[in-house]
Design a protein. Sequence first.
Length: 262
Amino acid sequence: MKRYFEIIKSYFKYSLMMEMEYKFNFFFGGIFELVWLVMYIIFIDVIFLGSSNIGGWSKYQVLLLTFQGGLTDALVTFSVVPGLSQIPEFVNTGKLDFVLLKPLNTRFHLSLRNFSLSQIKNIIINIFGIIYCIIKLKLPVTPKLVIGYIILTISGIVIIYSIMFVLMTFSFWIIKMDIVMGVCAELITVGNKPYTIYPKIFQKIITYGLPILVAFNYPILFLCGNKFRNLIIVSAIISIIWFILANIILKRGLRKYVSTGC
């Protein structure tokens, strides 16, 4: 375990050196996500001019969900998206050979070899947004609440990462994968809305089938004292299932992969 922490530190230092080489990227990267967030907040303000709630959610609960979605998106983009987005190229060009030759866990290297450091400012902004909404909602900040929220947020990140990993590893079977990151972005857009706005059948599909509501809604439901039982248990089980599923699909994909050295 200590060895892998040291490797992550090396990956981080390498990413920092690359970002500093192109300082414009470092300071202005992630601006698109920030602009989208600002526009969405304005959109929410306009909606609540004519309504006191949306599907039983108040204005600051919806904003809290928006910032939670932004935080999860920023953390995933910061840590794993740069690596996952290159999987199709590695598979199609044979660069995966060099990954398989490394004395490292293949999934670990594919997921965490690059970091998008420009996302740090988005992470900070969304954290402040969450704190602001908690203050406005006058939510009781107890150790139990904080620990539960952190567990649910980590589970949500694992779920989104695993879904992305599964989609990107389809490149072992499908050549053209350019649309996949766009699909992932749309899934996030669907998931960071109040679950009550969706029909019951669709709620079940995106909770238990493609669990994006679990990733985004559950941490906020827990913070707001929702009476749903076993939020943490359900979220943890689903995240473990998807993590294992991603591993199974990767192994099957590697069996199909034909090395350029063959």
